[in-house]
Design a protein around this ligand. Structure first.
Ligand SMILES: NC(=O)c1ccc[n+]([C@@H]2O[C@H](COP(=O)([O-])OP(=O)(O)OC[C@H]3O[C@@H](n4cnc5c(N)ncnc54)[C@H](O)[C@@H]3O)[C@@H](O)[C@H]2O)c1
Length: 240
């Protein structure tokens, strides 16, 4: 029987690529996102092994209810990929509390709620793998992104804490730190910012969502069975 993974932010970009990579590798995928139309399109493209779940990961009750429904539909959950994320950039002096709170809430609190909702079954079965999608900026910092950088550094903390908490139960918790990846999140950046990044990447190109998806799949699958608590950079050398 195929294993099931839950992927947040699965409607587009890196999350969609993760869903595709997992499906190609024989997984079933429960894809969660706030973008209903994009989720439905993915479901139509992928077929029955992908189930779409409209979910805002910041809403505690909805997360818990959706987790119950996903468990009913798919049975046991083996993998969880916390990929949903947003930016609300701005210099500190102009950053509103709302912009701070929303980014922390989606990027970090959402991952906490999802880990809590899905780890119960993993702990009982003594089997599971969780991957948190952090960012290169958690390692390097980035001007104008105090909220985003803090949320992504927080995800690395969450990863390390849970890796230790769950290791004795054979549940691994890792993170990936993507560099500059071509998705909707980066498409509207000014050209000079994109050019600046491209020049700084030792491999001389932006990353593709598939580059990140392959790393996530590796960390979910048994090939990485003795790896936990790591931050795997997928950035063409940017953070080295
Ligand atoms: N693109 C990059 O260069 C890059 C670099 C490093 C890290 N990342 C991280 O990778 C992840 C995916 O980013 P992407 O580039 O594919 O961006 P994206 O904007 O294309 O995808 C993010 C997805 O998350 C979903 N989402 C947002 N808020 C949500 C919520 N409250 N509940 C559920 N889903 C929600 C969005 O609807 C969207 O489908 C993010 O966590 C991002 O921070 C991206």
């Amino acid at each position: 029987m195929s294993r099931t993974a839950v992927v947040t932010g699965a409607a587009r970009g890196i999350g969609l690529a993760v869903a595709r990579a997992l499906l190609e590798s024989g997984w079933e995928v429960a894809g969660c996102d706030v973008l209903e139309a994009d989720l439905e399109k993915a479901a139509a493209d992928f077929g029955g092994k992908f189930t779409p779940w409209v979910l805002d990961v910041t809403r505690e009750e909805d997360v818990n209810k959706t987790a119950e429904s996903i468990l009913e539909r798919h049975g046991e959950i083996f993998g969880l990929v916390n990929n949903a994320g947003i930016t609300r950039d701005g210099l500190l002096m102009r950053m509103s509390l709302d912009d701070w709170n929303r980014v922390i809430s989606v990027n970090l609190t959402g991952a906490f709620l999802m880990c809590r909702a899905f780890s119960r079954g993993m702990l009982r079965r003594r089997e599971g793998s969780i991957v948190n999608v952090s960012s290169v900026v958690a390692l390097l910092g980035a001007a104008g992104q105090a909220n985003y950088v803090s949320s992504k550094a927080g995800l690395i903390g969450l990863t390390r804490a849970l890796a230790r908490e769950f290791a004795g139960r054979n549940i691994r918790v890792n993170s990936v730190a993507p560099g500059f990846i071509e998705t909707d999140m980066t498409k509207d950046l000014p050209d000079n910012v994109k050019e600046d990044y491209a020049v700084r990447v030792p491999m001389n190109r932006m990353g593709r969502p598939e580059d990140v998806a392959d790393a996530v799949r590796f960390l979910l699958e048994d090939e990485s069975s003795y790896i936990t608590g790591v931050v795997l950079s997928v950035d063409g050398g940017l953070a080295t």
